[in-house]
Design a protein around this ligand. Structure first.
Ligand SMILES: Cc1ncc(COP(=O)(O)O)c(C=O)c1O
Length: 464
């Protein structure tokens, strides 16, 4: 039976065509069965004869149906072997994130403050850039990123992160996965065994696996990745977050940094340093990047604008050691930049005119207030029922419950019942290590009052 869905806004003939085609492919209309006549179907569906005729003609031309003179239209016999199995309709299948409904109190670890994006300045700069660069916008941009933007990034890295490099070593990318897929293509011929932190971010594992790397998960200690374990593996490259380990928040002390560099020199290995949120350190001075300890070594440095400016902009960058630059140029010579030229221009002006540094200072002050409020709330609502791991930097901490009878799943479900969203830490683990119940608590998107209310609700939800 053919029924036209009135909520479907597409033209009638397209809807009718889809219905008949899908019924043929799914076998509901068997081969050689007769279709209703044009007159009959047009009156059944209350549509014009022209529409039915046009649709039948189209199906006939494509071979889904055939016509018999003086008799009408019939379903073609298609070889069932070649008909693809129907895949689940993504709109009707169960969504993996079905229960990811927004909660009133959202502790997502990567969310920024809702009103933090400098829209007014950005709009002004965007307008200026549109006026100044109309001609350039009709062309492809520099595949490596605009040189003027790379110069700004280089100056920033040198001043604020202790990274030593030249603009020609910088590649502008559209986020961590883009950085890593470029790196994977550079390294896969020579360094295809990669060590990653365990626990650690899930993206490096996914990206490198898709380029057929062999992955060695290495435990994380309070001093960052375990060098003892690393040196026992056959790894040729290692991905680390030494200035604020994700997710546990540990800082790798300089002694271990030097040992890691020594390891890389000994095995002719490569260190991939992800310095994703090190601008946001709230007590004491920022921890300089590992790259600065050995700028001429095999250290690929990665940074992002996602933590301080916006994760939606999708702008990140990396610094390639000179020895990988020619490989990069050979591999990517014919590629186009993955980042919009217009956004690069605006970001360049944003940095050049001093807005970036101002914004950075403002964000650090604001997130410090939120961070301190979160710590106070946890201490006051949980007391010795919880331990805080990785405080003092970034946009999240890890909350570990002491003597809790709940497992991680219980914690998340019970929180959700109170309209609070917390994220599991188990997603960051490769191994099935036994550790006390823990969750990730991001504090970027809520005000101090909201944080306090959210923590109070969690404390009630997880009461023993
Ligand atoms: C460990 C780590 N690296 C990098 C990033 C930034 O990724 P992107 O630049 O793709 O936004 C994040 C974001 O949360 C992160 O947690």
């Amino acid at each position: 039976m053919l029924i036209l869905n009135n909520n479907d806004r597409r033209p009638l003939h397209v809807r009718l065509y889809d219905q008949i085609k899908n019924q043929i492919l799914s076998g509901k209309l068997p081969p050689h069965s007769k279709l209703p006549s044009i007159r009959q179907l047009s009156s059944e569906l209350s549509i014009s004869r022209n529409t039915v005729e046009y649709t039948y003609e189209q199906l006939n031309t494509e071979g889904f149906i055939y016509s018999k003179p003086q008799s009408g239209y019939y379903i073609s016999s298609l070889n069932q072997e070649f008909i693809p199995c129907p895949s689940q309709d993504p709109l009707t299948s169960k969504q993996p994130f079905e229960d990811e409904k927004p909660c009133s109190f959202d502790f997502h670890p990567a969310a920024l403050a809702p009103d933090s994006f400098p829209s007014k300045v950005w709009r002004k700069l965007l307008n200026e850039c549109l006026q100044k660069n109309t001609e350039q916008l009709t062309l492809y941009s520099n595949p490596q990123g605009e040189i003027e933007l790379r110069c700004m990034i280089q100056q920033y890295l040198e001043r604020f992160r202790g990274v030593s490099c030249n603009p020609e070593q910088i590649v502008v990318c559209c986020g961590l996965q883009d950085n890593l897929s470029v790196i994977a293509q550079i390294l896969r011929g020579t360094h295809s065994v990669l060590a990653i932190e365990d626990p650690g971010h899930w993206i490096p594992r996914s990206v490198f696996l898709s380029y057929s790397f062999f992955i060695n998960p290495i435990p994380v200690t309070s001093d960052g990745i375990s060098l003892n374990s690393l040196t026992k593996t056959n790894s040729m490259a290692v991905y680390v977050t030494p200035s604020h380990q994700f997710p546990l928040g540990n800082v790798m002390p300089v002694e271990n940094r030097l040992k890691l560099i020594h390891w890389a020199q000994t095995v002719e290995g490569v260190i991939i340093e992800d310095d994703y949120d090190s601008e946001l350190r709230y007590h004491g001075k920022p921890i300089p990047a590992l790259q600065g300890l050995h700028p001429g070594g095999n250290i690929i440095y990665i940074g992002t604008f996602s933590k301080v400016l916006s994760p939606a902009l999708r702008i990140s960058y990396m610094v390639l050691p000179y020895r990988f630059l020619s490989i990069y140029h050979n591999l990517f010579r014919n590629y186009a930049s993955t980042v919009s030229l217009l956004e690069q221009k605006v970001l360049y002006e944003f940095m050049k005119q001093g807005y970036w540094e101002k914004h950075l200072r403002k964000m650090r002050t604001m997130y410090k207030k939120k961070h301190d409020a979160l710590i106070r709330s946890i201490e006051s609502h949980f007391g010795d029922r919880a331990k805080i791991l990785g405080q003092g930097a970034g946009l999240h901490v890890v909350l570990e419950l002491t003597n809790s009878r709940f497992n991680e799943n219980d914690l998340i479900t019970r929180a959700r019942e109170k309209d609070v969203r917390v994220l599991p830490i188990s997603d960051t683990y490769q191994s099935n290590n036994q550790y006390p119940p823990r969750v990730l608590l991001g504090f970027g998107s809520m005000s101090p009052d909201e944080l306090d209310k959210g923590i109070e609700l969690l404390s009630q939800a997880w009461e023993i």
